[in-house]
Design a protein around this ligand. Structure first.
Ligand SMILES: NC(=O)c1ccc[n+]([C@@H]2O[C@H](COP(=O)([O-])OP(=O)(O)OC[C@H]3O[C@@H](n4cnc5c(N)ncnc54)[C@H](O)[C@@H]3O)[C@@H](O)[C@H]2O)c1
Ligand SMILES: [Zn+2]
Length: 376
């Protein structure tokens, strides 16, 4: 995984080295093709690389096997064989589709990723997983298949809409909270200018935030890369209540917003249990609000939380394994469902409700606007 400067000019050689003279199919989406893809495609062509471009109209709604088949069909049409490269350029949707395609073609061809969203750069493109949705189930079909190289070029974020920047910042707060207090300090201090400038300002802080997030993510994944060693995963922070919440809102809440609410609730639980100080909890709450992410949503009911905890327990080998902050940058686990009494959950939900209302007094925070939206 490389942190690069401009991938279409000064760091183009890193990509050509990774391609190593093999025939290459770049897969991207219409938006990314227009903003970045064609530029990188032309730069590679000018270097004499044998590259083709497939622009695939793929979104979360159609992240399905049909898209994988489209990529495979184009690879076949171009006569790509074992010595060939599938290069994914775009957000997590396209890197997921390409990862599966690359694992299938001739039982595995080289794949390279150039993530262009913040979630892609700090999360989706960093691991070795790929997945598509199947019969209404999110990420039901997938594989573990490592990319040969991942090129993270933060300058590509210059065109990213604010909503997607906020979503990525939720994942950055997640990893900072469980692993890296210095990263948390940076987010706390600089999230305003970083968000505004799309990680270009101030100076190298934006790049440092991205790179530290990537390193912590890699460290967390390394010892459990196939997720078969342990169900105790710190990177599950923010991903216990959020799947049910996203689904309950009909996906009107974005992934990052749901993750932020999940983190806020988990910190409230941690403070209620005495695992985390109220001071640290409040720092996390303030950081989430500063980024413009919500703390709460009308759909976050005790019933939804209980269902989510049950689902997480099933998913995590029969134990809850809820990452629980102990301080900023440190976390433990709440191992069993019984360790989370109903009274603690309801007290935490009430606290969060009161806190998000108090926080929104005098300004329309997303917490209030999404609650109104859900109520409507
Ligand atoms: N495999 C994994 O380990 C893993 C981990 C996390 C998330 N994911 C998956 O990633 C997906 C979410 O990824 P995402 O948030 O990147 O969403 P996404 O791929 O849908 O991209 C979001 C939007 O941003 C646009 N876009 C991309 N780069 C841009 C740029 N530089 N400028 C302007 N617009 C740009 C895209 O066209 C798209 O409309 C989900 O499907 C999720 O399941 C996978
Ligand atoms: Zn996530």
């Amino acid at each position: 995984v490389y942190l690069t400067a401009d991938i279409a000019s000064e760091d183009l050689a890193l990509v050509t080295d990774a391609i190593g003279g093999m025939r290459t199919l770049i897969v991207t989406t219409p938006t990314v093709a227009h903003l970045h893809g064609k530029q990188i495609f032309s730069a590679l062509r000018q270097q004499g690389e044998d590259v083709s471009l497939l622009v695939l109209n793929c979104t979360e709604r159609n992240k399905t096997m049909e898209q994988v088949e489209r990529v495979c069909a184009e690879a076949l049409r171009l006569g790509l064989d074992r010595r060939a490269v599938l290069l994914a350029m775009g957000g997590g949707v396209v890197t997921d589709i390409v990862t599966i395609s690359a694992s299938w073609i001739r039982r595995g061809i080289t794949t390279i990723r150039i993530p262009t969203t913040l979630i892609g750069q700090v999360d989706a493109a960093v691991g070795i997983k790929g997945a598509v949705n199947f019969q209404g189930r999110k990420s039901y079909l997938g594989c573990f298949y490592a990319p040969a190289s991942v090129f993270i070029d933060p300058s590509r974020l210059s065109t990213l809409p604010d909503q997607h920047v906020r979503d990525g910042l939720a994942e950055i707060i997640k990893i900072a909270l469980v692993r890296d207090s210095h990263l948390f300090d940076l987010v706390e201090r600089y999230s305003g200018p970083v968000r505004e400038s799309r990680f270009a300002q101030p100076d190298d802080v934006g790049r440092e935030i991205i790179w530290r997030s990537v390193l912590r993510m890699l460290e967390e994944l390394e010892s459990n890369i196939f997720e078969d060693q342990t169900y105790m995963r710190l990177v599950d922070m923010g991903h216990t209540f959020s799947p049910a919440l996203e689904a309950a809102t009909g996906f009107t809440l974005s992934h990052g917003e749901a993750v932020a609410i999940d983190i806020a609730l988990t910190c409230a639980v941690a403070a209620c249990l005495g695992s985390m100080t109220a001071h640290d909890r409040d720092r996390v709450i303030a950081a989430i609000q500063e980024v413009g992410l919500p703390l709460n949503h009308a759909a976050l009911t005790p019933d939804l939380c209980r269902r989510a905890l049950g689902e997480a327990t099933r998913h995590r080998g029969g134990a809850l394994n809820l990452p629980l902050p102990a301080a900023i940058g440190e976390a433990t686990f709440l191992r069993k469902l019984a360790d989370l009494p109903a009274s603690v959950l309801s007290e935490s939900l009430q606290w969060l409700q009161a806190r998000s209302v108090a926080g929104s007094a005098g300004r329309a925070t997303p917490a209030v606007s999404s609650a109104v939206h859900a109520g409507a």
